[in-house]
Design a protein around this ligand. Sequence first.
Ligand code: HEC
Length: 118
Amino acid sequence: MRLLKVLLVALFVCSLLSSTSFATNNRRLVQAGKKIFLSKNLGNCLACHDIAGINIPQAGAIGPQLKHTANYNASYLYDKIWNPHKYNPTSIMPPFGKNAILTKHQIKAVVAFLKTIK
Ligand code: HEC
């Protein structure tokens, strides 16, 4: 019985530790994604997109202002950034994954950032 209690406490502590490290990793991913979105030599997304609720100086308006992307399906966002033509054959948005402008990991980071836009 005592061993069971010890095991349960250990399990509880482990689950706490792993959930905090998930939160820290996710925060890092979101920060990396934001940087990619805003950097002219990385995603350069700001050249075409403003984001509702964030004041992005000199954001372009060729693409729609992104808003409520937290409600979008993460795999839609990933696919759209990987190859916008999948959903819109005449899109002028560059195919960031298909053309190797961004890596898979960088696109995942951008998606994590877009998932924070309420
Ligand atoms: C050259 C301009 C341009 C650049 C650069 C660009 N986009 Fe776009 N984007 C567009 C246009 C135009 C659309 C709307 C037409 C379409 O759906 O393809 C769009 C659509 C989107 C959509 C879909 C929005 C919706 O409501 O479904 C997302 C998400 C998006 N862009 C994210 C990004 C991200 C992230 C980057 C940077 C990695 C980026 N875009 C870079 C022009 C651009």
